[in-house]
Design a protein. Sequence first.
Length: 271
Amino acid sequence: MIRVQALILSPTRELASQTEKTIQAIGLHANIQAHACIGGKSVGEDIRKLENGVHVVSGTPGRVCDMIKRKSLRTRAIKLLILDESDEMLSRGFKDQIYDVYRYLPPDLQILEMTSKFMTEPVKILVKRDELTLEGIKQFFVAVEKEEWKFDTLCDLYDTLTITQAVIFCNTKRKVDWLREKMRTNNFTVSSMHGDMPQKERDEIMNQFRSGDSRVLITTDVWARGIDVQQVSLVINYDLPNNGELYIHRIGRSGEQPFSEDVIGSTIRFF
């Protein structure tokens, strides 16, 4: 009987799904079975997959905790817990759900983390602020004196630049919806994604963007951490993020491609 041996928790459904696909690709020839337990998808499908048996579960804290409490996800054989982007999970209010999951796990499991709360002998590696670099990314800023001038500035950029694929970040879901409709009204083809959308719709949008069918994605910071789309060459911060770390996560989207050295991603921020 196949039992769950590793559990990976992520702050977003997209990141958990991407992790599942990565595990499946890595373990293809070893016949490693993986499944993503995430909200917005069928509970019945999760139960069926878990009862059939998988080696690795990747999921969001809420759905994973639910599967454990339903006794569909049996934790007795779990040897490894990975908390992916744990600082982000804690900032999003997942602390109680993470603890709920943790107390069901065997006491002798190995934890790869990103928070010392669950580690017995943590080793902290502090990176100096001036070592946080973004090599391979050209950064530009546009001075915009008034909020209402941002949209016209964005349109001017589109008339000037040759864009393969781009991500535009806004700070709120309402701003994402507003900007999407505003751009479509002005005959720009764009898609958008944020946390209030149904999971099926979010999956479709991500698949279209990954395949290149959609070239411009307007989104919130739900997309800033860990999502890998190699074709992105331009990131635009329509709204500036609230902290420097989030800024690095955002614009890192345009610098992750395994391209040759003469291909450089770009980021533009509005002030």
